[in-house]
Design a protein around this ligand. Structure first.
Ligand code: OXT
Ligand code: ADP
Ligand code: MG
Length: 570
C-alpha cells in the first residue's frame, strides 16, 4: 500500500484476488507480463500460491489438470494477445475434456481495441475465446469483479464442467473504490456443483435394461474419476458384478488388478457384450463411436448411460436407458433400486472374460522382463509397472504415441485420479504442466512417462519443476523420433526424415542445466535404480531412457486413423 493511499480504498488488483480467495482458490498458474505482472505479485503477497511458468500453454495445462484433480476450477493467468492465445489451447483442452478451468487474461483498452487503433498487444480476446470455452465474460468495472468471478466459477463447475474465459482489461486492475463497498460486492458462490438427481422412472428403466442383459459390460470414463464418489462407483460396479473397461484416466478408480477389470480382454468384451453401461464416458472416437468392427454385430447392443449433460445422449448410438444426473446420485439411486438380491451375470460370460484377461496378461508377462539394450517399450515399462505397484500413490503422467499406448496397457494403476494423460484430443505437450499440477495439488511423487517428441512440446518447463523443487521424475522414452527413430527422407535428399530428431540426444543434460538430477540409462536395471533413487530423494529428476529406434509403431495403436494416399508411391 502506498503511503498516500488511504486505508478506506481498494482497487481492482485486490478485489480480484479477494474474490478468488473468497471462493477457495489457493493456487494460480501464471506467466507474468503487462498488464498482469503486479497481479501475480499481489496474489503471492496475499497468500495465494502463484506458480510461474515459461510458457502459457503449460500454465494452462496445469490449471486444466488441477481442475480434473480437485473438482474446483484451475486458474491460469496470462498477458494479452499472444499470451492469451498460448493459454487458449489449454482452455479449449479443458473444455473438450469437461474439466473446470478459468483463464484470466489481461487485455488492452476497449476504446483502442474496438476502434482497431493498434494498441499494445491489441486483440478482441473475448470474441476469440467464446467458441473455445464453455463461457466467456469481461469485467469492465471494479464493482463488478465479485459478479464476474462468481459467474466464472459457477459456469466452470455447474452441469458439465468446462473452461471459462475471464477478460480483465488492464485499466480495471487500477480502478479504485471504497474498500468496504468493495468487500460487500464480492460473492461467495453457494453450491456451485449442485447434486443432480435422476428421475425415478429413468432409474427403473435402467434397472430393467441392466437386469435383462446376458453379457453386460461397464465402461468407466474420466467423468467418473472427476466426480470424486469413488466408493459409490466401486460399490455399484461390484454389486452389478459386470466386467468393466476403464478409459485411460479412469484407470485406478478400481484397481486395474480387480477381478472384474476387462482391460486385457478389450476386443472380446466390446465385440461380444449385449449391454453396455457407460458411466462418465462418451461414445466418441476413443470408443469408435460405438460402432464398426470392434463393436461386433450391428444392432446387438443396448446402451445405458449416466451423464450430467442431457445432450450427450444419442450423440452416437441410441441410448436405451439414459440417466441424466451426477454420477453419485445416479449410482446411489441405482443401488437402491437394484435391492439386496441383485443377480450377477452368468459365469459363462464373466468366466469367459476372465479367462481371456488371464491369457493375455500371461502372454504379456515374459515381455515385461525383456532385458535388451537399447530397451524396448515392454522391458522398460515393465520396470515402471513394478515401481508403480510398489508406490501406488505416485501420480503417473503419460504422453507420446507408443510411449502412451504401451504404458496405458502395461502400467496398472491402483487408486483414483493417479493417471493424467493426453485426454480427449490426444494432445502432445500436456506432460510438464500436468506434472507440476499433480505435484502441487496432491503433494505426491509424480512419474512422467514421456515420448521424446511429446516432451519436446513442453520441455522448457523442467526449469519450472526445478525452480519450485517439485517431486517430479521424468522418464524420456528416447527412440530418436516421432513413433520411430528410423524414418527416411522420401526424396532421398540430405534433410533428415520429417519424423526423426538428433540421434542420441541427451535430455538428461538439460535437467542438469537447471540443477536437477539427470541420468542416462540404456537398460532396465539402470532404469529401475534411477527411478527408485528419484522416488527416494523426491528431487526433480530426468532419466533419458534409450529405446530402440525400431521398437515403435506408426501412430502407436491408432495408425488406422491415418489417411493414405491412393496416388503417391512411397
Ligand atoms: O483385446 P485386444 O487383443 O484388442 O488387445 C488390447 C488389450 O486387450 C490389450 N491389453 C492388455 N494385454 C495384456 N495385459 C494388459 N494389462 C493389457 N491391457 C490391455 O492390449 C490391447 C490394446 O489395449 P487398449 O490400449 O486398451 O486398446 P486400444 O484398442 O488401443 O484402445 C483404443 C483407444 C483409442 C481407447 C486407445 O488406443 C487410446 O486411448 N488411444 C489414445 C491415443 C492417443 O491419444 N494418441 C496420442 C496422439 S497420436 C498423434 O496424434 C501424435 N502426434 C501428433 C500431434 C499431437 N497428438 N498433438 C499435437 C499438439 N501435435 C501433434 C505426435 C507429434 S503422437 C506424436 C508424438 C509421438 O512420438 P513420441 O516420441 O512422443 O512417442 P513414441 O511413439 O514413443 O515415439
Ligand atoms: P473418457 O474420455 O474417459 O471416456 P469423457 O471425457 O469422454 O471420458 O466423458 C466424460 C463424461 O463425464 C462427460 O460426458 C461429462 O459430461 C461427464 N461428467 C463429468 N462429470 C460428471 C458428473 N459429476 N456426473 C455425471 N457425469 C459427469
Ligand atoms: Mg519417440
Amino acid at each position: 500500500r502506498s503511503e498516500s493511499a488511504p486505508e478506506t480504498l481498494t482497487d481492482g488488483f485486490h478485489l480480484l484476488i479477494d474474490a478468488l480467495k473468497l471462493n477457495g482458490v489457493e493456487t494460480i498458474y501464471n506467466v507474468p507480463g503487462i498488464p498482469i505482472t503486479d497481479l501475480g505479485r499481489y496474489a503471492q503477497a496475499q497468500g495465494l500460491r502463484v506458480l510461474s511458468f515459461r510458457h502459457e500453454q503449460h500454465a494452462g495445462y496445469a490449471a486444466a489438470a488441477a481442475g480434473f484433480l480437485t473438482k474446483k476450477p484451475g486458474i491460469c493467468m496470462t498477458v494479452s494477445a499472444p499470451g492469451f492465445l498460448n493459454g487458449l489451447t489449454a482452455l479449449a483442452h479443458a473444455t473438450t475434456n469437461c474439466w473446470p478451468m478459468i483463464l484470466i487474461s489481461g487485455s488492452s483498452e476497449r476504446e483502442i481495441v474496438d476502434l482497431q487503433r493498434g494498441d499494445y498487444e491489441e486483440m478482441d480476446q473475448l470474441a476469440i475465446a467464446r467458441p473455445h470455452a464453455k463461457a466467456a465474460y469481461r469485467i469492465l468495472h471494479a464493482e463488478d469483479i465479485g459478479l464476474g468471478v462468481a459467474r466464472a466459477i459457477r459456469a466452470a463447475l455447474t452441469g458439465r464442467p468446462g473452461g471459462v474465459y475471464l477478460d480483465v482489461p488492464g485499466a480495471l486492475l487500477g480502478q479504485v473504490m471504497d474498500a468496504a463497498e468493495g468487500q460487500k460486492s464480492l460473492i461467495e458462490v453457494v453450491d456451485p456443483n449442485p447434486k443432480s438427481v435422476p428421475a425415478p422412472e429413468a432409474i427403473d428403466r435402467a434397472v430393467d435394461v441392466l437386469k435383462s442383459a446376458k453379457k453386460p459390460l461397464i465402461i468407466i470414463g474420466k467423468g467418473a474419476a472427476y466426480a470424486q464418489c469413488d466408493d459409490t462407483v466401486k460399490e455399484l460396479v461390484e454389486t452389478l458384478g459386470f466386467p468393466y473397461l476403464p478409459m485411460s484416466m479412469a484407470k485406478g478408480l478400481l484397481p486395474d488388478t480387480h477381478p472384474q477389470c476387462a482391460s486385457a480382454a478389450r476386443s472380446l468384451v466390446l465385440a461380444e457384450s449385449d449391454c453396455v453401461f457407460l458411466i462418465g464416458a462418451r461414445l466418441n472416437w476413443l470408443l469408435q463411436h460405438g460402432q464398426g468392427k470392434s463393436w461386433g454385430e450391428k444392432g446387438t447392443k443396448k446402451f445405458v448411460q449416466i451423464d450430467i449433460e442431457p445432450t450427450e445422449m444419442d450423440s452416437n448410438q441410441k441410448i436405451a436407458a439414459p440417466l441424466i444426473g451426477d454420477i453419485e446420485s445416479c449410482s446411489k439411486a441405482l443401488l437402491k433400486a437394484m435391492g439386496s438380491d441383485w443377480k450377477k451375470p452368468d459365469e459363462s460370460w464373466t468366466g469367459k472374460v476372465r479367462e481371456k484377461v488371464e491369457g493375455n496378461v500371461a502372454k504379456m508377462a515374459p515381455r515385461l522382463k525383456n532385458n535388451n539394450s537399447p530397451m524396448d517399450y515392454q522391458g522398460s515399462l515393465g520396470v515402471l509397472k513394478d515401481l508403480i505397484a510398489e508406490n501406488p500413490d505416485v501420480v503417473l503422467v503419460n504422453e507420446g504415441a507408443n510411449a502412451l499406448d504401451q504404458a496405458r496397457s502395461i502400467i496398472d494403476i491402483f487408486k483414483p485420479r493417479k493417471r493424467l494423460d493426453v485426454g480427449t484430443w490426444g494432445i502432445m505437450g500436456i506432460g510438464m504442466g500436468s506434472a507440476v499440477a499433480a505435484a502441487v495439488e496432491t503433494g505426491n511423487q509424480v512419474l512422467a512417462v514421456e515420448g521424446d517428441s511429446a516432451f519436446g512440446f513442453c520441455g522448457m518447463e523442467i526449469e519450472t519443476i526445478c525452480r519450485y523443487d517439485l517431486p517430479v521424475c521424468i522418464v524420456i522414452m528416447n527412440n530418436n523420433g516421432i513413433y520411430r527413430g528410423d524414418g527416411t527422407n522420401w526424396s532421398g535428399g540430405e534433410d533428415p526424415a520429417t519424423t526423426v530428431f538428433v540421434k542420441g540426444s541427451r535430455y538428461d543434460k538439460m535437467m542438469e542445466a537447471f540443477g536437477g538430477v539427470g541420468v542416462h540409462v540404456d537398460n532396465p536395471d539402470a532404469l529401475r535404480e534411477a527411478v527408485k533413487a528419484a522416488f527416494a530423494s523426491r528431487k526433480p529428476t530426468l532419466i533419458n531412457a534409450v529405446i530402440a529406434e525400431d521398437a515403435g509403431r506408426e501412430s502407436g495403436n491408432i495408425g488406422n486413423l491415418n489417411p493414405s494416399s491412393v496416388v503417391a508411391q512411397a
